[in-house]
Design a protein around this ligand. Sequence first.
Ligand code: FMN
Length: 390
Amino acid sequence: MSTTTTLPAGPLAIGGIELDVPVVLAPMAGITNTAFRRLCREFGAGLYVSEMITSRALVERTPESMRLITHHESETPRSIQLYGVDPKTVAEAVTMLVAEDRADHIDLNFGCPVPKVTRKGGGSALPWKTGLFRDIVEGAVRAAGDIPLTVKMRKGIDADHLTYLEAGRIAEGAGVSAVALHARTAAEFYSGQADWSAITKLKETVTSVPVLGNGDIWSAADALRMVDETGCDGVVVGRGCLGRPWLFGDLAAGFRGELAAGDEGLFRPSLGQVAQTFRRHAELLAEFFDSEERGCRDIRKHVAWYFKGYPVGGDLRARLATVESLAMLDDLLGTLDWSMPYPGEGAEGPRGRAGTPKNPTLPEGWLDSQELIGHDRVTLVDAELDTSGG
Ligand SMILES: Cc1cc2nc3c(=O)[nH]c(=O)nc-3n(C[C@H](O)[C@H](O)[C@H](O)COP(=O)(O)O)c2cc1C
């Protein structure tokens, strides 16, 4: 295979963590547990972030949050994303992770656009309150000590209330080791195209730590293009890898200069290879949940993503989406023609959340001031309940 002549981006240093390729698996609630992270890591290189864990639940050591922070011994560096709205609780959660040696990297989530979170002032609504944002990040950096701490955010609440440049400056001043931007506002949710020009602007604003770009990377070529167009120091990849953990193999090859110009990727799995990876994912989920039944229930949501573009009939898809045991899964996968080749475009491109723009739901009067005022604190108390990602 011929190689490209210039390497598009060098290794990436996030604090003391050296990544030979500048690629990060985006935190995704309900997806990036240790099972999926291991699968992705087996194909590629870079950093693989946990799904978000609420700081309050972690401090309370709920069984679910304790499960979510677990890593397999093969996972190094270990990366955990926290979500929180209260400086004290976030700092306590970070202190706990550090004291118990449970993470090598900690990320803070300020990107969640879900109405039940923004309605209370959490998620992507929070950086609007610059003082509160600063307090959370400064406290977390202090508690993290030598462990690199990063922040992930959106552009802002909506086009008239952009927060990312100021939040980037505040985070840089607070001592974070990198900032990541999902180049959409909360109002855009997952609709339309991510605005990569915002990543360029953030890169021009935050100059002393790496800036990571995020949004709409569906292939290695997209990742290289983002770096080229925006000058960002690394990429964060979310939905593109759903049902395609091998994308991390393509991404590593792309950044190592091993893809020929115009080559979309190295991994073009046959239906049999997809079936095998899907089966392994189910097995790893069963291990993660310590329950074959829960693992099989959880793999159901991945069916459409894995088999996108492959000739798998509706009936079989429906049965895979009700699978109850690994034996049942084997029977169903056994009925496929494993020799079917990679279907090309049909298996590529957008997948996962999309949707239409929505006016963000915010606490009463939230936009009136960038300072936290009395009643804001009251609503924030509940902003960590029932959260579900970014
Ligand atoms: C199912 C799902 C769950 C997500 N959960 C989180 C999360 O827990 N924390 C977070 O910061 N972002 C979360 N996100 C946002 C992603 O990390 C990422 O910013 C977003 O999907 C845009 O990147 P992409 O275009 O590569 O998917 C989630 C996204 C999806 C689709």
